[in-house]
Design a protein around this ligand. Structure first.
Ligand code: ZN
Length: 73
């Protein structure tokens, strides 16, 4: 495998060119692209969990607020 940027001969499993530092190897790019949807779905799941916690926290807060208002009145 050769670096597309500078033409240096690189190992087939090289992620970056040792001479110029450019990212190399189309197979590595495909792997990176494949891993991106997984990362997105994982982050989306995390966001859902975070949103759920936020909603739960807001609900608890509002409930406590109502209880405090009822006691105060
Ligand atoms: Zn290079």
């Amino acid at each position: 495998m050769y670096c597309k940027n500078c033409g240096t001969d690189l190992p087939d499993d090289a992620l970056f060119c040792s001479e110029c530092g450019a990212a190399v190897n189309s197979e590595q790019k495909e792997t990176a692209v494949r891993s991106v949807p997984e990362m997105k779905s994982t982050s989306a799941d995390r966001n859902d969990k975070i949103d759920g916690k936020l909603i739960l926290g807001v609900t608890v807060f509002l409930t406590l607020l109502l209880v405090i208002v009822k006691i105060a009145l």
